[in-house]
Each structure stands twice: as structure tokens, then as C-alpha cells.
Write a protein that binds this ligand. Structure first.
Ligand code: RIB
Ligand code: CA
Length: 313
């Protein structure tokens, strides 16, 4: 089977870095056509830089990196330096990137790529707020039927919120964008906190990364060492949830995950529950299913895959 052509839309973020590295370490399964940065964990000026830092760490400077939207569709940007540090990639000391940022806007790259390639052969992998994806759909409605699948990290049901009591960060930052994407009719698979909170980077798993003794695995372990302190303090958990690589792991080994095809809608009006993913997990409404909402994962299988692929870089 040929590798799946994907565009990664991202707000690095240590866990975004893990997702990007997993993709770049899996060329038999994934062909990264390009990486589009979006404002999220930290402002765009940093997410576009961090995306290039990660590509250089992987030795994959041939992957084009684009800057996308620097603010949500209608709201003020909310960032997460308290989780990711002021650079967004705190932990390892990584050099500033030499590889260039592409001149083209990330949204134009998404539109142009989807129009240029055969229909339903490009998968979009959003790992941050959905601003770039929604803007592309608004600017070029014709691309919706050309997208093979959207596999995104975002939302929550049983796990409820991580940035507010009701909402997960990626959806909360730009709920209007999420509403556009979830109503687009595109074949969509969601990796919510219900799954990502089951892939905790325990000390044993960090040790397994360090045991590879490669610059990439060492850097990833240093990123996790920094990134995990927020979640372990907040949840008292045995390590941090590694959210975003659930997206790229799904493309490589979908059998690691299970979920339900259900209706998921976004709260965009109530300030109390803004950005909540209202997931009809129990089928109590007659609202049409619109997304594969993942609920469970083989956590050790996920980490074995992540470690093995990062060690290849
Ligand atoms: O809520 C977790 C998500 O928000 C992850 O994508 C993380 O990188 C942040 O963007
Ligand atoms: Ca992210």
C-alpha cells in the first residue's frame, strides 16, 4: 500500500513535535506533503519556527513549512505558555532553524494542494485550533469533497475540559472554526482527551525513549520532562498525556484505537460551556452522526510504536 499523503496543521507544542516526528519517522505509511502552522499553544511567530525546528531535528528539511492564521476567526487568541513554556518547545536546547519558512500562506497551500491532487487522496491532520482548516473551507468550499479524511486532536466527552471545565484547548481557542469543520460533511476522525488521557508518558516510557540514545529520542524525552509537570501537578497522574501523536499513530496503526461514529456538535454561544464538544456517545438524539469519536487506545502499543519510529530518525 502506498504511503498516505497528509498535511499536518499544528501549533508546536511538545506533543505536536511528537506527532510530527512520528510521521516523519514513518515514510512507508505517511508522506508529509507540508506542515502548516497555526496560532495556538504559542503565537504563530513561534509555532512556525517550532515546526521548522522539529523538521531540522528529524533531518527532514525538505518538508515545506508554512505560516497560517495568527488569530482565531472571531475571538482573541488564547495561548498555553503555562503548559508548553514561553518558546512553546521548552525542554531541550534546540538551535534556531536554518530552513526557510515558505512564502505562501498556509491556508493557500492547503487549498492549492487539495485542488491539484486527485480527489480524496490527501488527509488533513489538525493538531491545534482549527482556524486554518475552517478558513480554507470558507475560502474554497469546493475542497470539502476533495479531502480524503480529517484526523484531528481535539474535544472531549467523558474527560470533559482541560482549559475550562467544559472545553478542550484546541476547540476552545477557536470554537467557530471547529463548528465549521464539524459541519463540513468531511469524513472526520477525532482523537479527544478521552483517548489522549490514556497515553501517559510514565517514567518507564521516558526511560525507553532515552534508552534509544539518539538525538531525536533524547530531545523528545527532554520535551516530555518539561511538558509533563503541568499535567502531573494538575491531575496527579503518572505522567503527561501525549495528545497529538495519537493522530499520526492512527494513520500508521488504526487498530490501536476504538470509538463510535456519532454526532458531535460544538458549543459556540454559551460563555459557560464555550468550545464544548457535545458528543452524542449514547445516541440519545436524532442528530445525524458526523464523526468517528475515539474512546479507547492500546497505550503500550502506542508507546512501542512511537519509540520505535522516533529511534529511526
Ligand atoms: O488539549 C490538548 C491540545 O492542545 C494539544 O494539541 C496540545 O498541543 C494543545 O494544542
Ligand atoms: Ca497541538
Amino acid at each position: 500500500m502506498p504511503p498516505r499523503d497528509i498535511i499536518i496543521d499544528t501549533d508546536p507544542g511538545q506533543d505536536d513535535a511528537a506527532a510530527i516526528l512520528l510521521a516523519l519517522g514513518s515514510p512507508d505509511e505517511i508522506n508529509v506533503l507540508g506542515i502548516t502552522a497555526v496560532a495556538g499553544n504559542v503565537p504563530l511567530v513561534l509555532t512556525q519556527k517550532n515546526a521548522r525546528i522539529v523538521c531540522e531535528l528529524a533531518g527532514k528539511t525538505n518538508v515545506p513549512v508554512f505560516a497560517g492564521c495568527d488569530a482565531p476567526l472571531v475571538r482573541k487568541l488564547v495561548t498555553a505558555e503555562h503548559v508548553h513554556g514561553k518558546t512553546g518547545l521548552d525542554g531541550p536546547a534546540l538551535p534556531d532553524p536554518d530552513m526557510p519558512l515558505q512564502d505562501q500562506h498556509g491556508v493557500d497551500f492547503i487549498i492549492e494542494t487539495l485542488r491539484a491532487r486527485p480527489a480524496e487522496t490527501v488527509t488533513l491532520c489538525p493538531l491545534g485550533p482549527l482556524t486554518n482548516i475552517a478558513t480554507a473551507l470558507q475560502r474554497a468550499p469546493d475542497i470539502a469533497e476533495r479531502i480524503q479524511e480529517i484526523v484531528l486532536m481535539g474535544g472531549a466527552y467523558f474527560e470533559v475540559g482541560n482549559i475550562t471545565p467544559a472545553a478542550e484547548f484546541n476547540i476552545y481557542v477557536d470554537p467557530e472554526a471547529a463548528d465549521i469543520v464539524f459541519k463540513s460533511g468531511v469524513n472526520t476522525t477525532i482523537m479527544p482527551l478521552d483517548v489522549t488521557h490514556k497515553v501517559l508518558v510514565t517514567l518507564k516510557r521516558i526511560d525507553a525513549l532515552r534508552a534509544q540514545a539518539t538525538p531525536v529520542c533524547d530531545a523528545m524525552a527532554d520535551m516530555v520532562d518539561f511538558f509533563e509537570r503541568f499535567d502531573t501537578d494538575k491531575y496527579g497522574s503518572d505522567g503527561a498525556p501525549l495528545h497529538d501523536p495519537c493522530v499520526t499513530a492512527y494513520l500508521i496503526k488504526p487498530e490501536l484505537f476504538s470509538g463510535r461514529f456519532i454526532n458531535v456538535e460544538i458549543e459556540t454561544l454559551s460563555e459557560l460551556t464555550l468550545g464544548m464538544t457535545v458528543a452524542d456517545w449514547w445516541g440519545v438524539t436524532d442528530r445525524a452522526p458526523n464523526a468517528m469519536f475515539m474512546g479507547d487506545v492500546d497505550a503500550q502499543g502506542f508507546f512501542d510504536l512511537l519509540t520505535e519510529r522516533l529511534a529511526r530518525l
